[in-house]
Design a protein around this ligand. Structure first.
Ligand code: ATP
Ligand code: MG
Length: 395
């Protein structure tokens, strides 16, 4: 006999799922449409920046808008592609440009070509087909702080040098607009003028988002109204829809485990112990093995010491112990610094100079956004899966 479940379709709760409708973002959607009018009407390019804190719908807004753009273009017999690049995953200029090349130049050998050259070929291709590209550079802040702004300039240059300045438009997203200071005045001011800020969701908005999703993910009448209320109130502290959806998902799984056909507030309270806001599981999953080992070492050290910070030397000692446990050869000091830098770029850890003359340049390292005990558990799980299969899946 099949096991009873509260779910109709769990995939509708996964972070990869793009919802049918974007609840409570009509105004922002219209603003984007307004900004993109010149692309259709005057064949001019546009640059827009979407900002807002974690889980407020930046990525989803860009994706939904991209779908709409492509449909609108089709209706008008206008060749336009929307391509979405996640700059945290596609973390070098080569990787970003390769995404474009896969789409526009699938048969061309591009070994040894510089990103700028590939871009020029892409623009030529656009010219030949009288086509337009809207490129979403999701989490651009991460990319710019890592690589500098050159790639952004390359888009302008490639378009201008091939005599087609209007071919490439950009929708950038970023949690924090601070990265703009790394750009030149002209680019910075374009983004500043075309900035769409997504506010955090309040409890009511989160409840509406959850209700909309419950319809497609859960069976009829399995999720209690007061459960949605409690989850929304909890997630409203950060205004994060991803957190709200994950809480509800885990609450549903707990109900299933108990064999109960109704998701109750008690299940939601239980879910809180398994879900943490702030750090995304997908981000952890994308880390390389030694970054995970290092983060695990840091979590354990912070848990045991009960301090807010750990010093670089302490983290390295803990890392050596963890490496031994997992039978991995510990990487050298300079490499460990690299890992710390990446974890910090990803916003998982925070580093600041320790102010003390410990061993050379020491830093104070903290994990501001997640309870270290939960993080430890999650990292151990990921490492366990890595051991087994060499790759990981979510969740
Ligand atoms: N208005 C909304 N309506 C329906 N679902 C939403 C809405 N806003 C966000 N979500 C859902 O919440 C989750 C987080 O949204 P999204 O990934 O777009 O946030 P984000 O702002 O890009 O977050 P991050 O800063 O972590 O990248 C997704 O699963 C998305 O489907
Ligand atoms: Mg996002």
């Amino acid at each position: 006999m099949a096991r009873e479940t509260v779910f109709k379709d769990q995939s509708k709760l996964s972070p990869d799922y793009i919802p049918e409708t974007l609840v409570h973002r009509d105004e922002e959607f219209r603003e984007l449409s307004r900004l993109f009018k010149p692309v259709f009407e005057n064949k001019a390019s546009q640059r827009v920046l979407v900002t807002g804190s974690v889980g407020v719908g930046k990525t989803t807004l860009a994706l939904k808008f991209g779908q709409e753009l492509e449909q609108a273009a089709k209706r008008r017999d206008f060749k336009l592609d929307y391509i979405h690049v996640n700059c945290r995953k596609q973390r070098t200029p080569h990787m970003v440009v390769r995404k474009l090349a896969e789409h526009y130049l699938p048969r061309l050998p591009r070994r040894g070509l510089a990103p700028q050259e590939i871009l020029e070929d892409v623009v030529k291709q656009l010219n030949t087909h009288d086509a337009y590209l809207v490129l979403a550079l999701d989490e651009l802040d991460y990319f710019v702080s890592r690589n500098g702004p050159d790639l952004l300039y390359s888009f302008t240059r490639a378009a201008e040098e091939t005599g087609a300045p209007g071919r490439i438009s950009i929708i950038a997203t970023s949690r924090n607009p601070n990265f703009l200071r790394l750009l030149d005045e002209a680019t910075k001011s374009t983004f500043m003028h075309n900035k769409i800020e997504l506010d955090k969701y309040n409890a009511q908005q989160l409840a509406d988002i959850l209700k909309d999703r419950v319809k497609v993910a859960f069976k009829m009448d399995t999720v209690r109204e007061d459960t949605i209320g409690l989850v929304s109130e909890t997630a409203a502290q950060t205004g994060d829809a991803r957190f709200a959806l994950e809480l509800l998902w885990v609450a549903g799984r707990i109900a299933d485990q108990e064999g109960i056909q109704e998701v109750s507030p008690e299940h939601a309270r239980g879910a809180k112990a398994h879900v943490f806001p702030g750090i995304r599981k997908e981000v952890l999953k994308d880390l390389r093995k030694h970054e995970i080992l290092l983060l695990l070492a840091l979590s354990r050290h912070l848990k045991i010491s009960e301090q807010a910070y750990a010093l670089t030397g302490e983290v390295e000692d803990a890392y050596n112990v963890v490496c031994e446990e997992y039978e991995e050869e510990a990487r050298k000091h300079t490499q460990v610094w690299e890992y710390l830098k990446r974890l910090s770029d990803l916003g998982i850890i925070e580093t600041q100079p320790s102010g003390e003359e410990h061993r050379g340049k020491s830093q104070k390292i903290s994990i501001p956004d997640a309870p270290v005990e939960m993080l430890e558990e999650e990292l151990e799980k990921i490492l366990g899966k890595l051991e087994k299969s060499g790759s990981v899946e979510i969740p």
